[in-house]
Design a protein around this ligand. Sequence first.
Ligand SMILES: C[S@@+](CC[C@H](N)C(=O)[O-])C[C@H]1O[C@@H](n2cnc3c(N)ncnc32)[C@H](O)[C@@H]1O
Length: 414
Amino acid sequence: SPDLGIQANLCLTPNTNTFLNYSQLISGDLLAGSCSHHDHAVRVPKPTPWSREPQCLTEKRTNESYCVYTNERFANGRGISFFTTPSIAEKVIHLPAFTDPKLHNHVNKFDDDPPWEMRNVPGRGNGLFATRTLHRGDLILANTPMGVYQSDAFFPDYELGYKNLRKTFDQLPKSSQEIFLRMATHSPGDAVMERINTNAFAGDFEGAPHFLLYPETALMNHDCRPNAMYYHNASTLIHATHASRTIHPGEEITITYINLLQPRSQRQEMFSSIWGFACTCRLCTSPNSRLSDMHVSQILSLQNTLIDPSSSLPHTHDTNMILTPSSQATPEMAEQLLALYAKEHLHAALGTGHLLAAQVYNGIGDAKMAVWHAEKAVVLGIVGTMDPEGDVAQMRELIGNPREHWSFGIRKKK
Ligand SMILES: C[S@@+](CC[C@H](N)C(=O)[O-])C[C@H]1O[C@@H](n2cnc3c(N)ncnc32)[C@H](O)[C@@H]1O
């Protein structure tokens, strides 16, 4: 089912042997030692946004090249360094992030009275704490990645991965290198590699698995019932974290590193075996998790009925959260799902819950209730889908004219 993950489509990476584990997770196939590489530089036609000639390596067996591409001036001098394929680099340079530098005028600003301060949390290193009341939707921080690394690029030669990650770091501006080195590491070892392992987010970037490093976002600790949510905008490359509920001064600001719709034992297993730390959030340390686990399983089952990924109906936006004539979903299910999200303090999911409710009410021709839920969806913000902006746009269309929306009466068109 689509990742309603109570979060955007990026998760922090595990912190030990990240690349090894990540590859196993996505391909289940390790090619260790089975092929050779050669390093070389490629000539790219001018003008390019890259500050230096890209340094590449080609994996001989597959003939795939991966190169280090750095733009030192990106985002008003913060800089960005990619380790990715030439075809992805070619796509990236046409993104608004590169063609419209004004987009970054208001991001990466942390000195001007941010609504948080960094404090030490016993057993968890540092964390961010609210210094004033934050309401749902308030911006906590927005930043651009310093590093974007194609995860396949590190196979099969782990050492080669280190070497190229070191190059991406070396090519960043000095001030960004300092910020980079302030991030926490779990293990001693290569300073750059370990920081990426502990702090990078994993997710799809231009259709391929990548790790993205946002050093300030990575200051936030994980909580299985977080009070903040993040969006990654694939065209501006801005990663923005907002409050998902009221956060009081002095309260720790937390995000999730994983898909939260798993029972506690599975979440804990993921943290200890893949990430190398034991989660000490309130839910993980509470004596009993049976009720919460039961809610999670009910949520999953309701979502499976309310979201129909198999649908191929024409619709204006690239979202798979659509209803089909054969759907078994009912408004009662959507209401039940919303109640469970609230009970479980899965605040970030509420916007998506209202989107599903709006569609299912409209599907049975109840435009009034559909508009009510669509308005809530827009106000609460839709997180955790591949295209949150598209989803908000379609909710606005529904509000404007529910009867013209693709979902209107769809359940009657059997
Ligand atoms: C991305 S960093 C978060 C910021 C970090 N605490 C620091 O000092 O910069 C991830 C690391 O923080 C710690 N951490 C984050 N959330 C935690 C949690 N819920 N329970 C225990 N440790 C946590 C772990 O050591 C983890 O490897």
